[in-house]
Design a protein around this ligand. Sequence first.
Ligand code: MG
Length: 116
Amino acid sequence: MVKKIQEFQKKFDDDHFSGWNNIDYNEKLLYLSTALAGEVGELANIIKKRHRKKIHGLAIDNLKEEEYTQKIKEEIVDVFIYTIIFCNSLNIDLEQEYYKKSEKLKIKFKNGSTKR
Ligand SMILES: [Mg+2]
């Protein structure tokens, strides 16, 4: 499932950003890590604005609840897209790594830890 998404994203990027494969590895890492952090920031900012409105009554953008939800959906997908691009650029099989990590967490949680 995730492999299919990674392949789809690779084709999308090959079609739209043909020069990407010629970019230096260190530059890619720097760009992708900052882009990913930026998208996480955008997601957090929407949640912050929603919280200010809902909890503190400060409506800066005056969005309706469904508009916040839609923006949250869009930003979490941006985070996902950059995660996929990151994995593609570093030849990471995300699905395989996900299950490997899940197995590690199972053992960790079984031994009393609650941290990832
Ligand atoms: Mg975004």
